[in-house]
Design a protein around this ligand. Sequence first.
Ligand code: SAM
Ligand code: SF4
Length: 324
Amino acid sequence: MRHLEDGFGRRFPYVRLSVTEACNFRCTYCLPNGYRKSAPHDFLSVDEIARLVRALRSMGVQKVRLTGGEPSVRQDLTKVIAAVADAGVEKIALTTNGWTLARRIEAWAAAGLTHLNVSIDSLDQKTFAAITGHNRLAEVLDGVERATQSGVHTKLNAVLLRNTLGDGFEEFASFIQFRHISVRFIELMRTGDNTAYFQAQHVSGSTLVDWLAARGWSPVARAADAGPAIEYAHPDYHGRFGIIAPYAPGFCDSCNRLRVTARGKLRLCLFGEGGVDLRDLLRNEGQTDALIERVNAALSGKVRGHGLASGQYGDTRQLAEVGG
Ligand code: SAM
Ligand code: SF4
């Protein structure tokens, strides 16, 4: 099978596809004032997504993660999932804030969803509400319970914030003690819109790593098409902790993923600039070869690593815009 490869020999079996820029939460680090529509909502249609994913599948892509914005604000999300499944992708993942999870997980699972990440930054109701702008922790957790029963492989995402250290880790540890579920902390990333917040709230991923090491958790091996998390297991716990630390040295060496925005731009790095427009090749059938050629040409320009450590965070204003 053909595959996507860049100039550093890295392969890309994993694509993160944003399906909308819109969101119904107001996470303090992402959209603190809520989503404001700044351009028409002409996001990729189900047919365009199907063409894109079929082409990527022929280039060895095995895993597609649907993200946003909040993917579940799209009424046709179930059809999007089905289109990705029809293209023959093995792992179909969704990242969601869980707003509609309890009501929709069964339909998503029936359409072919295999993996789910639910973003929950705190298991404390008040803290959750303060971060997201919505007092909905109980509903989101109900959705997580239903997702685990539906057979969809479910993980939690939490952003590592200065405000939620300590007790926050203990609460998640209790939550996963008897549940086969991973909670992965993402180190807060600086974007164009969150500079002051970043300076106040950023803590190094090593804070969690040290906390885990002191309590007997050990790192486990990473699968070839896995995301960027390093996971930790403990004999007394069914679940796992994970850490995604983009500021750690060597983070980009194992990069295995590409991004496509909700408007059909290929982004080679979350913290890059611009992007390569694919949309003109998605509007009609019969453009697969041209599409593959354009993606390959772009890949030859993928740089070795992001410049976050030196304060270069590209033109991403917030992650909702490009698909986090
Ligand atoms: N709305 C969905 C959600 O929140 O799960 C999907 C999109 S969101 C941009 C994807 C992930 O990025 C979420 O887990 C969110 O917490 C995380 N995220 C957003 N902004 C971030 C930032 N500045 N630093 C680290 N993680 C961030
Ligand atoms: Fe919305 Fe996700 Fe950003 Fe929160 S992190 S504001 S849920 S896009």
